[in-house]
Design a protein around this ligand. Structure first.
Ligand code: SAM
Ligand code: SF4
Length: 364
């Protein structure tokens, strides 16, 4: 346990240290999580911030091998929620003091779509007197589009790199212009340049993935000076090409355990960033997101997508909370957060301190 305590206090964790922490199991793992959780509350405080999540459309032009709403899945029931219903969800978030919302969907970059989003962001800002913070997660776009959305009022953007290892990236994506590793990487840099608080992340427990690669993912976040991270376990979907490799997967519980280890290790590596408790954690363990809050995560995303369509945003099977109304989901989430000994930052944007620290450093 001494070695673990030393690593928890260490300033610059190496790839070797991180690989060791990510792979911990049994009592040592519990000790690591508990001690990291304690240190995290002492340094970052108790607050957790809400982001009301609206998964407004599952139309997608891409074919990522792992995702249930990929273009090639003819069995997915497609939907696109109209602007009025999205605005209603935004008002719900605002009235329930969530502070922020997240707009997420499959990837489209046609002009009809990009212009619609610009207008939608403006309408949300108007409807909530500029008080609701907006995070968007709408995939790879041109610099011009990113700028337009930023100027319309969105101020945080999530674009997961999925894996920072190029070889693994191409095992889980088609190798074509539409799924280009360098393009995705450049999009993250462009988001930073435009001025977004920029988030990325990876899936944990992918077929072929190693602990060393996961350690590299954490170092990648640090090297890229990322402000926010959302990462969670990979969960297979039977209507996707990656399902052919299901025999290579770690058991679900192992993927969950490693995901929590990753969150705790990242909290040590980057103490001032925002880390989200990913929904996929809850698909494996009913208290999954609440556990993540204990060991390093400080953002949670109650699903406020109109219930009628929730079941169709099936990135993976057995997705949680698909039949609850937004209110139920928000309520169950407040209880979970309080059970984790955390306080909810109602009406606060809960921006990433790392972003402001980064701005300060750039001024010097
Ligand atoms: N289309 C946008 C994109 O890909 O950036 C945003 C929506 S996409 C559904 C959001 C995230 O879902 C992806 O970045 C990916 O990490 C995650 N995801 C997709 N399929 C998954 C699966 N089978 N298991 C776990 N996470 C998955
Ligand atoms: Fe589309 Fe995103 Fe799913 Fe890839 S991960 S298929 S871009 S929704």
């Amino acid at each position: 346990m001494n070695q673990i305590l030393q690593l928890i206090q260490k300033e610059n964790l190496t790839k070797e240290d991180l690989t060791y922490l990510i792979g911990l199991a049994g009592e040592e793992r519990e000790f690591f999580l508990r001690e990291t959780g304690k240190k995290y509350v002492e340094t970052l405080g108790n607050k957790v911030y809400f982001r009301g999540l609206v998964e407004f459309s599952n139309y997608c032009t891409k074919d990522c091998y792992y995702c249930g709403i990929r273009k090639g899945n003819a069995k997915a029931e497609r939907y696109d929620i109209d602007d009025e219903a999205i605005l209603q969800a935004a008002r719900f978030a605002h009235e329930h003091n969530y502070g922020s919302m997240v707009l997420q969907s499959g990837e489209r970059s046609d002009e009809k779509f990009t212009k619609r989003i610009t207008q939608l962001i403006k309408k949300i800002k108007e409807a909530t007197q500029g008080e609701l913070g907006i995070t968007i997660s709408l995939g790879e776009q041109t610099e011009e589009t990113y700028r337009e959305w930023f100027e319309a009022g969105a101020h945080r953007y999530l674009l997961r790199i999925e894996s920072s290892n190029k070889e693994l990236y191409y095992k889980i994506h088609p190798q074509d212009d539409n799924h280009n590793f360098e393009k995705r990487l450049n999009c993250i840099k462009t988001l930073q340049k435009v001025g977004f608080q920029t988030g990325t992340g990876v899936m944990i427990g992918l077929p072929f993935q190693t602990f060393e690669q996961l350690a590299d993912d954490l170092l990648f976040f640090k090297e890229m000076n990322i402000d926010m991270v959302g990462m969670g376990p990979f969960i297979e979907h039977s209507e996707t090409p990656l399902y052919a490799h299901k025999d290579k997967l770690w058991p679900l519980q192992r993927r969950f355990d490693v995901a929590l280890n990753m969150i705790a290790a990242l909290r040590l590596l980057m103490p001032d960033i925002n880390i989200a408790a990913a929904t996929a954690l809850q698909a494996i363990d009913k208290m999954g997101r609440e556990k993540a809050l204990r060991y390093g995560a400080n953002i949670i995303m109650p699903n406020i997508t109109p219930t009628l369509h929730r079941k169709d945003y099936q990135l993976y099977e057995n997705k949680p909370c698909t039949d609850e109304g937004a209110e139920d989901c928000g309520n169950c989430m407040s209880i979970r957060v309080e059970m984790a000994g955390r306080e909810i930052g109602y009406n606060e944007w809960g921006d990433s301190s790392h972003f402001f620290n980064r701005q300060e450093q750039n001024k010097k």
